[in-house]
Design a protein around this ligand. Sequence first.
Ligand code: ADP
Ligand code: CDP
Length: 218
Amino acid sequence: ADLVVAIDGPSGSGKSSVARRVAQVLQLRYLDTGAMYRAVTWWLLEQGVELTDTERAAELTARIPLRMGTDPQRPTVHVGDVDVAGPIRESRISAAVSAVATNLGIRRELVARQQAIAAERGVVVEGRDITTVVAPDAPVRVLLTASEETRLSRRANELHGESTESTVEATRDEVLRRDADDSTVARFLDAAEGVDVVDSSHMTLDETVRAVLDLVEK
Ligand code: ADP
Ligand code: CDP
């Protein structure tokens, strides 16, 4: 009854879009764990904390009044009363988030919060370490991949409204640098034992959602 579907994948692989749709179809909640790392980054910068001061950053994170709205139709992110859904997508946050994600004290705190949310009710959880650390016992665990070219073109579309040579170039640095930074902690991007890989490079969004639903029904 309280199904947990765990989805991991790199930037632009389609996690958020696919996870939301799967949650809607199965009437589960939806949790974007990347948004949690982004919200922590926003909050630490807001308070002028040096992200390199890992101890202080972790201490403050333990007290962040972070509220994740898990309705897949309308996911929300609040820090206290501030709606941060927009600000956490800014490029200054994308540029800083890996420094937060590599802070092990912060990871410990966020993983605990994610596990608490997942324990409440059925949920689709997406991120980088869901299949391995947050919900290694989930009955459905998926690694969503896509070629670098596909991921860059999707991100360019999202950020610039079109995928042309120049928008893809503008996106390349950010995405590839974050991939590289993440890879220092992203043992989480290898498919762990028992994790099904779905490569969406040549699939439509509908087909990708179907592929994940097929794994749920399997
Ligand atoms: P991630 O959360 O992994 O960074 P997103 O879901 O935010 O990825 O972005 C993926 C983008 O690519 C969305 O705009 C989505 O509509 C588009 N897209 C195109 N084809 C697919 C597909 N087959 N699967 C998932 N997303 C796709
Ligand atoms: O923008 P994109 O969808 O690629 O990333 P995101 O899902 O919003 O995640 C932002 C960042 O948070 C990633 O680049 C990782 O550094 C970090 N993250 C993580 O470390 N662990 C997770 N479970 C989710 C995200």
